[in-house]
Write a protein that binds this ligand. Structure first.
Ligand SMILES: [Ca+2]
Ligand SMILES: [Ca+2]
Ligand SMILES: [Ca+2]
Ligand SMILES: [Ca+2]
Length: 228
């Protein structure tokens, strides 16, 4: 007597885990393949011949393949479901939850809230006074969006354009506060012009620049000339 034991489809194909988390850099190009652990089915023949949806497959490998460019600033997370089914009758299947986190890349420079800045300061303002604030934002995440501010150069326009070494103002590197650092005199210099740089802390660093004008306002500090 020859007894042939026929397989029935009594095993569901299963993934080792119900859910997985994958991290992909924002800069991951399309057509990048991420290998996933394949499902397992204890049956034989077509009862264990597995087919995945939402994936490209080969005989024994399961891949997720990226099809487009990511932008973490627009979408930073994708939730997918991979379905595996065998080829038995009835067809049995199970699912794998896949959470994809898009990791930030420094692809946005800082942006100033204003195109240019103009501060009016009375000439008798005390040294150390807050005369304005310069502020920028950055769409990236973490250090890629941490901004530091810096004064680049100074041109005074009184009657002629010239550059001086001593700073009339300083800028707080962290919060962009602009402080007066020197005594002003409307009668000698009415206008100061700076370039301010905002840089993020990404690698490589991205920077933006803005123009800042300080306009000195006259206060009544000159005695009238009296002719006798
Ligand atoms: Ca099966
Ligand atoms: Ca981006
Ligand atoms: Ca980014
Ligand atoms: Ca940035």
């Amino acid at each position: 007597i020859f007894i042939e034991i026929l397989d029935i489809n009594d095993n569901i194909p299963t993934f080792k885990e119900h859910s997985i988390k994958i991290e992909m850099a924002e800069s991951t190009p399309p057509s990048t393949r991420f290998q996933l652990l394949p499902a397992h089915d204890d049956d034989v023949g077509s009862n264990s011949r597995l087919k995945y949806s939402l994936s490209s497959t080969s005989d024994d490998n399961l891949y997720l393949t990226t099809t487009k460019h990511f932008d973490r600033e627009t979408i930073d997370r994708y939730d997918l479901e991979v379905i595996v089914s065998d080829n038995g009758t009835p067809r049995l299947s199970s699912t794998l939850q896949v959470e994809i986190r898009i990791l930030d890349i420094n692809d946005n420079p800082p942006v100033f809230y204003n195109d240019t800045y103009r501060f009016y300061v009375l000439e008798n303002t005390t040294i150390g006074a807050l005369i304005g604030r310069i502020s920028a934002y950055d769409l990236d995440d973490g250090v890629n969006s941490n901004i530091t501010y810096k004064l680049l150069h100074l041109n005074i326009i009184g009657n002629a354009l010239r550059t001086v070494n001593s700073n009339i103002i300083s800028i707080d590197a962290v919060n962009g506060d602009v402080l007066l650092e020197s005594v002003l005199d409307y009668e000698s210099d009415k206008y100061y012009h700076y370039t301010v740089e905002a840089s993020d802390c990404g690698v490589p660093t991205l920077s933006a620049y803005t123009q800042v004008s300080i306009l000195v306002q006259d206060s009544n500090d000159n005695f009238p000339h009296i002719s006798l």
